[in-house]
Design a protein around this ligand. Structure first.
Ligand code: SF4
Ligand code: SF4
Length: 313
């Protein structure tokens, strides 16, 4: 496994970062999820991504116990916008992870310099924690080009942007515009670790192409990928080490049983219903519902969801 400096943060991470959201999305047991993360750690992954909202601290804590790797690099994030909520978020992470410090703490899903300004109190608190050594690096996660630019202008330590071969999920621009913003962030010394290389699972049928694209992006230090099974860990580790995903590993990824997940924050706009040629979607009680018997997991509906609610897990 290759290890890289995460910008000027002083943190060294594996090129592959373990995205832990899939644990809670797929309701895995703590031990089952932790075993997958422990397997990735044994294969050289030293970096995991979580969030206050993901409810996966328990999995990570158990994986550290299983593997004995208590210095795992952990990145978390919060929607906190004021000091009180930010204190709660940092203390919750320290308590549930049983760690004095959290390596990276970020503001979750920032959109622009304006939302960043609206979260100034929380950001100030994260910097206060950094000064005390409770946090090593401060950053933001985002689906917006404008927020990557704001992170760079503000001189944050780390940025965690969405980027994938189709530019799927980028809220305010094209793939090329996001690449340009990420490159500028990287050149300015921010650590960059990307999210959603497979477009929230929607591009899983093109796994080789997805990995080939993201592995060639020099401005991305580390690539966060959600994993929930041993074969995914082995395939992704090998792909990062060899620079390409092997055909047999890609076939195993494609063969795994999946479903369309509608996130809780669906607003029932009906765009997905209109887009679905299989007539698999309906809106019921203000939320989208998928008929799994009709759904062919094409991922087309996720392209028209303004809320980025539809994932294939
Ligand atoms: S497009 Fe998205 S927000 Fe609209 S109904 Fe479908 S899942 Fe919900
Ligand atoms: S993944 Fe494809 S088939 Fe399934 S609900 Fe979305 S558009 Fe319809």
């Amino acid at each position: 496994m290759e290890y890289v400096k995460l910008g000027n943060s002083g943190i060294e991470v594996s090129r592959l970062c373990f995205g832990s959201l899939t644990f809670s999305q797929t309701a895995m047991s703590i031990d089952a999820g932790a075993a997958v993360l422990a397997e990735a750690i044994a294969a050289g992954v030293n970096f995991t991504d979580t969030a206050q909202m993901y409810k996966t601290y328990g999995y990570i804590r158990r994986a550290m116990e299983m593997s004995g790797k208590y210095d795992l690099v952990i990145s978390s994030k919060t929607y906190a916008y004021n000091r009180e909520l930010a204190v709660e978020a940092v203390e919750e992470a320290r308590r549930e992870l049983d760690r004095d410090y959290i390596d990276i703490f970020m503001l979750h899903e920032q959109e622009s310099e304006h939302t960043l300004r609206g979260h100034a109190e929380a950001l100030d608190y994260l910097y206060e924690c950094k000064a005390k050594g409770i946090i090593k690096a401060v950053g933001l996660s985002t689906h917006h080009v404008a927020a990557v630019k704001a992170a760079t202008a503000k001189g944050l330590d780390v940025v965690h942007p969405i980027i994938n071969v189709d530019g799927l999920g980028i809220a305010d621009g094209t793939r090329e515009e996001m690449e340009e913003a990420i490159k500028a962030a990287h050149d300015a010394g921010l650590g960059v670790f990307s999210m959603k290389a497979f477009g929230g699972g929607n591009l899983f049928r093109r796994a080789e192409e997805c990995l080939e694209y993201i592995l060639k992006l020099d401005c991305v230090d580390s690539i966060a990928i959600g994993m929930q099974a041993s074969e995914e860990v082995q395939a992704n580790v090998a792909a990062v080490e060899k620079g390409a995903l092997a055909a047999d590993a890609a076939a195993k990824i494609r063969a795994r049983s999946r479903r369309l997940l509608v996130e809780d924050w669906c607003e029932g706009c009906g765009n997905c219903v209109k887009r679905c040629g299989q007539k698999a979607m309906r809106v019921e009680n203000g939320k989208a519902v998928c008929n799994a018997e009709k759904c062919v997991l094409c991922g087309y509906c996720s392209q028209v969801c303004p809320q980025w609610c539809l994932k294939i897990v």
